[in-house]
Design a protein around this ligand. Structure first.
Ligand SMILES: Cc1cc2nc3c(=O)[nH]c(=O)nc-3n(C[C@H](O)[C@H](O)[C@H](O)COP(=O)(O)OP(=O)(O)OC[C@H]3O[C@@H](n4cnc5c(N)ncnc54)[C@H](O)[C@@H]3O)c2cc1C
Length: 314
């Protein structure tokens, strides 16, 4: 295809997968234009490394958006741009913007893409379905094809070149106002940005292993501690640690599931992990079907042995 756009809603720091949408865009189109929503020019400067041209919509500092105003402003500009595909990260403003843009531009939309391929009939997008148990291939015939990209599914490309930056004028007024936001204080690395996640389930038997063995292992590996819903429901850890379909979807390099059976709702949240290690004392636990490395045994012996080996080998 001739031209694609990537929308970068850089309103908050460390939005997971923010730059990864440039990878599929670059593989699809000869020309990639970046549309950056951000209060500072920094994000536009960074986007200039990935795109031939950057259109920067300056947004007021600290203001939260739900997407309608941005969809009107960007939609008008993108209609003139004439792109065949628009890619943006899943989650947050990206998920709110995508369907609004598709509707305004009379295009098509699909979310959570893990693969994209241009064909003679349109854009074919691969995405997980049934909580990650299967993959669907969806053909988008109406242009532009608006696609949100699942964080962790693509590697952000290396920055190359330096596209021009032009500022987009116009109002970003929203009908719906976000009255305030309060940061939920979480210790350490956020789950969805951690390179390693060590999660505990009902099998760890109580809150103590989360504060001791699991935390020590996560700290040694530079990662974060997560949990299954069962551990959250038991009151052992904060709901902020829940991984899964109704918790956080994580995409670390290594996911270590400790005393977690591997219910489909839990596995749905770890399908983007590069490697899954399962530690479970039942060899029949379903988690072993999705694990790259499985250790059958009691976590009380396995985790201290792992910690010891890591300490000995630096
Ligand atoms: C609508 C809906 C949404 C849901 N969303 C989520 C979600 O987002 N996230 C989520 O996690 N769940 C979710 N669930 C719940 C899910 O179905 C499971 O009930 C839950 O994941 C089970 O948690 P678990 O694996 O920790 O516990 P269990 O299934 O009880 O598994 C415990 C495991 O620990 C092992 N074990 C026991 N002792 C040891 C030991 N000493 N050493 C090693 N292993 C040991 C056991 O063999 C067992 O496999 C959802 C359910 C529903 C219906």
């Amino acid at each position: 295809m001739d031209k694609a756009a990537v929308i970068v809603p850089a309103l908050e720091k460390d939005v997971p997968g923010l730059w990864e949408a440039f990878a599929p865009a670059t593989s699809l189109a000869q020309e990639v234009v970046a549309y950056v929503l951000s209060p500072s020019r920094d994000a536009a400067e960074k986007a200039a490394g990935f795109a031939s041209r950057v259109v920067w919509a300056r947004v007021p500092e600290g203001k939260a958006f739900i997407g309608r105003g941005a969809a009107v402003l960007l939609g008008d500009a993108l209609a003139k741009e004439g792109v065949a595909a628009i890619l943006l990260t899943s989650g947050g403003l990206g998920s709110s913007l995508a369907p609004r843009l598709a509707a305004r531009l009379k295009g098509s939309v699909v979310s959570e893409a893990t693969g994209v391929e241009e064909g003679s009939q349109g854009l074919t997008v691969t995405r997980p379905v049934y909580g990650g148990k299967a993959e669907a291939k969806i053909l988008l015939k109406a242009r532009p094809a608006v696609v949100t990209v699942k964080p962790g599914a693509f590697d952000a490309p290396e920055a190359q070149g330096k596209g021009n930056i032009q500022e987009l004028s116009g109002s970003l007024e929203e009908e719906v106002q976000v009255l305030g936001r309060e940061e939920v204080k979480a210790e350490g690395i956020p789950l969805n940005a951690a390179p390693v996640v060590v999660s505990g389930g009902r099998g760890v038997g109580g809150p103590e292993p989360f504060q001791n063995e699991l935390k020590e292992l996560a700290d040694l590996l530079g990662g974060a501690v997560g949990a299954s819903l069962a551990a959250v429901d038991a009151g052992w850890v904060s709901p902020a640690l829940q991984v899964g379909q109704t918790g956080t979807a994580v995409s670390p390099q290594v996911y270590i599931a400790v005393g977690i059976s591997g219910a489909s709702q839990h596995v749905a949240g770890i399908s983007s992990a590069r490697h899954i290690v399962a530690i479970n004392n039942s060899k029949d636990a379903p988690i072993f079907k999705v694990a790259d490395v499985g250790v059958v045994g009691d976590f009380k012996t396995i985790i201290p042995a792992l910690i010891k080996a890591l300490k000995e080998n630096g």
